[in-house]
Design a protein around this ligand. Structure first.
Ligand code: FAD
Length: 311
């Protein structure tokens, strides 16, 4: 029987990466070319590697190409992310069959972020709950299905309780495991972990961790979509290494910009390792690192944190 990541996570803590399909040919070569980032990530023996899916499926060809490359590494399970955005039921069925034809039978079933200015998915399905039910109806048990969980509550949810109730519905509709949105607030995470257990959610929880490597993407990730709490320690790292006038300009007048970038990265890597330590002792089933298509920084984190010491 081929491995299912949910079975792995029910036995022991899993360890995995997330990559995205690059927009350029050069980026693809760097990621999936010989001795590229993917080869190096696979050499650390993760249980799986997931690949993101552009809302609306604009990058689906490249997404499949990346997943094919993951599949070529035996022992590493490829997982595709998939969203409802802009899809009819028929187009979902066709794309999912295409994944199966490529030997990809693990899927992260998402609603997807609504494109700027949209008020709905523009497709036949409106929520991930519906997508999970549809996959089970059309494909039975052919897919192992992951779903998103938001320890701080999804930014658009009417309450944390409602969000947890919908998460339970995803489990009831057939989801096999949860992959979480990034959360730096450990008190909130522990509260959510207890709350989902009380709600009857028993499927494994795989924790998503974004390495803290630069101020711009950390601030963007926290606030452009997710409304995450920034703990004081992380806010201090951002403030102490602030590039003036701000980290978003391409030509800062700050003479120390290069040194601050480097010292931010060092402090961010240390912070990320500490976060992994805290998560590992909090009763989770997996660590899912957003590898951001990088190897060196990610390697530093997994080596220092001991994640690749598993046998
Ligand atoms: P849902 O679970 O559908 O929830 C969306 C909102 O609706 C929530 O506020 C929820 O409380 C509410 N809700 C849920 N079900 C119902 C219901 N039945 N009735 C009424 N309200 C409901 N996006 C991409 O475009 N591509 C990616 O590759 C991608 N990868 C991701 C990976 C991870 C690990 C995570 C956590 C997110 C990822 N996202 C990705 C982002 C994700 O698409 C967004 O967070 C999106 O806004 C919500 O997706 P969801 O599956 O959580 O939605």
């Amino acid at each position: 029987m081929p491995a299912k990541v949910s079975d792995i996570m029910n036995k022991r803590m899993a360890f995995s990466f997330e990559v995205f399909p690059p927009k350029t040919e050069e980026g693809m070569k760097k990621l999936i070319g010989a001795d590229g980032v993917l080869d190096k990530l696979c050499a650390t023996l993760p249980d799986y590697i997931s690949c993101t899916y552009g809302a609306g499926g604009s990058n689906v060809g490249l997404n499949v190409e990346v997943l094919d490359a993951v599949k070529a590494h035996s022992g590493v399970i490829p997982i595709t992310h998939f969203t409802c955005i802009g899809h009819t039921k028929e187009s979902i069925k066709q794309q999912l069959q295409n994944y199966l034809d490529h030997g990809i039978n693990h899927i992260l079933a998402l609603r997807g972020d609504l494109p700027f200015g949209w008020t709905g998915t523009g497709g036949d399905l409106s929520y991930a709950t519906e997508l999970v039910a549809y996959i089970r109806k059309e494909f039975g048990d052919k897919f192992t299905i992951g779903v998103a969980g938001s320890p701080e509550g999804h930014i658009a949810c009417r309450s944390l309780e409602a969000d947890i109730a919908y998460l339970k519905q995803k489990q009831d509709n057939g989801a096999d495991f949860i992959m979480t949105q990034l959360c730096w607030d450990m008190d909130q995470f522990r509260y959510w972990r207890d709350a989902i257990a009380a709600a009857g959610i028993t499927i494994p929880v795989d924790v998503g961790i974004m390495p803290v490597l630069d101020a711009k993407s950390t601030i963007n990730m926290a606030f452009s979509r997710n409304g995450c709490v920034l703990p004081r320690k992380l806010a201090e790292i951002i403030s102490k290494h602030w590039i003036f006038p701000d980290p978003f300009v391409s030509d800062p007048y700050d003479a120390d910009a290069a040194a601050k970038k480097a010292s931010f990265k060092a402090a961010g890597i240390e912070y990320t390792i500490g976060l992994i330590d805290e998560y590992r002792v909090s009763g989770i089933n997996g660590i899912h690192l957003y590898a951001l298509n990088k190897y060196d920084e990610v390697a530093a984190i997994i080596k220092e944190s001991g994640l690749i010491d598993r046998v």
